[in-house]
Ligand binder design. Sequence first.
Ligand code: HEC
Length: 121
Amino acid sequence: MGNLKKPAAQYVSCLILMVFFVSLMMTEATFAATTTSRIPQGRSGATIFTLMCAECHVTGISGAPKVSDKAAWAVRLKQTPDTLIEHALHGYKLMPARGSCSSCSDIEIKAAVEYMLEKVK
Ligand code: HEC
């Protein structure tokens, strides 16, 4: 009789382990889905601007065109928005690449430029 019980007990514990791993995999999948869905959007242009760009683009430090200075932007706006985004991403004269924000994604920098352009319209 002892011989019969043993395989049954093993079967049950194996089943418990399987349930455990499946639920673990499902939790990970849900986690991955929520984190990846957050990446494409990122932080808003307003947030990035306040955190990383305002320091120069509100005060006008080192000749940065101020968001309050429409005339300064009129000259810049002769370039296409793509060029302005390109300059924000890779730097331009005294404008540091990404406004020195190493944790900002391309999409976030693009959103920050669009936010600035909206302000200087
Ligand atoms: C350390 C100061 C500084 C920070 C921080 C900064 N900028 Fe600038 N930015 C400048 C300066 C200076 C210029 C003007 C460069 C020139 O034409 O001489 C400039 C110019 C620009 C231009 C116009 C480029 C062109 O082609 O005319 C854009 C767009 C821009 N910045 C976007 C941003 C964005 C977006 C951020 C934040 C992610 C940012 N900047 C953060 C200093 C800064």
